[in-house]
Design a protein around this ligand. Structure first.
Ligand SMILES: Cc1cc2nc3c(=O)[nH]c(=O)nc-3n(C[C@H](O)[C@H](O)[C@H](O)COP(=O)(O)OP(=O)(O)OC[C@H]3O[C@@H](n4cnc5c(N)ncnc54)[C@H](O)[C@@H]3O)c2cc1C
Length: 352
């Protein structure tokens, strides 16, 4: 195990922002994960787990601790077939997510086809319950294997034990920082029908009759690219962490208050499918931001709102983390002044 010192973190993030890690290690096996965790524990050094760096804003001064980059690889296909005919794919946490989705989709296995084109690693997906275009990983995860930094042992959680909700799991809430995910088992449906629930997809597929998984995935990729939400070399709109703000979930009463101060009827989406979501609705943060006076392409120093998607903040080239946060605060203050609510940031802040 090679522990490096003062390793710049910006190249490990999709934002391309951030100072150095005091110590840095890549762990390519479960043994190395345990070894790195012991190294940090023995020295009383804080530990941060890095995946693909696609949901992070790292501070300009970096991280004063050990950054452990998860580099476990390997996917075993069809290791177990469930009684209902579903297939389990066991994917190591360091595998890139997008090629994994492409592979399962091309194999005709349904369940994650709308999540194509999302950057990052397999291990990062359960952390914020990655979701897009009508799907969330919560509904396809069978089990998550992880190293427990408290007990220094490996544990396995069934999906029901992961505390999944909108952009939430136990791994980014009550147990934040406690587990290092080493493997995620996905339960997919061979020959299953694609999910075409989202209005943008329905419009784009209107002429397609009964599209197959690969066609749906291809359309998702096109829609994402049009919004600058796909990592494409040389595209300045994708130097981001994706959506910078979560869509707020508000009560019917709050929704009426938002409608009362806006010129247009606010768009709304169901907050979720469970009974606990009754009486709650999701309002697009992008709409609130636009109604608060911001438009695509708005710039503050070298940080900007993406020219194709109001929800993504981008690094125009040499933005600092401080500039991105200043822009985020400017937006949030305007949304709060207009609608009386503050938006929650989606990316994880590191080293602040
Ligand atoms: C262009 C673009 C589009 C995006 N679109 C979407 C989208 O549609 N939907 C969506 O949900 N997200 C989206 N994202 C955000 C991001 O891609 C996802 O959240 C992704 O799953 C993050 O994974 P990562 O490996 O990059 O994690 P990182 O960014 O490296 O880390 C994020 C958090 O997860 C933790 N983490 C990562 N790996 C592990 C592990 N193995 N064990 C424990 N903790 C871990 C980190 O400690 C950190 O707290 C987008 C980002 C970009 C740049």
């Amino acid at each position: 195990m090679l522990i490096e010192e003062n390793k710049p973190l910006a190249p490990f993030t999709t934002f391309g922002i951030g100072g150095p890690a005091r110590w840095f290690v890549e762990a390519a096996s479960e043994e190395e994960i345990a070894e790195a965790a012991a190294w940090a524990a023995e020295r009383g050094v804080p530990l941060f787990v890095l995946g693909g760096g696609s949901n992070l804003l790292v501070s300009d001064s970096g991280f004063d601790g050990l950054v452990l980059r998860v580099a476990l690889h390997g996917i075993s296909e069809q290791v177990a077939t469930t009684p209902s005919g579903q297939t389990i794919y066991q994917a190591a946490a360091g595998e890139d997510w997008d090629p994994f989705v492409e592979r399962t989709t091309q194999a005709g296995s349904a369940g994650i086809e709308c999540l194509v084109g999302i950057p990052g690693t397999v291990g990062g997906t359960p952390v914020q319950n990655v979701g897009a275009y009508g799907q969330e990983v919560a509904s396809a995860i069978e089990q998550v294997r992880a190293f427990d930094l408290q007990s220094h042992s490996f544990v396995e959680f069934a999906a029901a034990e992961c505390g999944f909700a909108y952009r939430r799991s136990r791994f980014n809430s009550e147990d934040r920082g406690r587990y290092i995910v080493t493997r995620v088992d996905y339960r997919l449906t061979p020959g299953g029908a694609p999910t075409v629930r989202y209005a943008d997809l329905q419009r784009a597929l209107a002429e397609s009759g009964e599209p197959n998984l690969a066609e749906v995935a291809a359309v998702v990729r096109r829609v994402r690219q049009a919004k600058g939400m796909l990592l494409v070399d040389g595209d300045p709109d994708c130097r981001s962490a994706g959506s910078f703000f979560k869509n707020p979930v508000v009560s019917e009463e709050q929704l009426r208050q938002i409608a009362a101060v806006s010129a247009k009827e606010p768009p709304r989406f169901p907050a979720g499918t469970g009974a606990e979501n009754l009486g709650w609705v999701k309002v697009p943060a992008a709409w609130l931001i636009e109604q608060a006076g911001f438009s695509k392409g708005y710039t503050l120093g070298a940080a900007a709102i993406s020219s194709r998607h109001t929800l993504a903040l981008v690094n125009l080239g040499a933005a600092s983390a401080a500039e991105v946060l200043a822009l985020a605060e400017q937006i949030n203050a305007a949304v709060e002044a207009r609608f009386g609510l503050r938006l929650e940031m989606e990316p994880v802040l590191v080293g602040f």
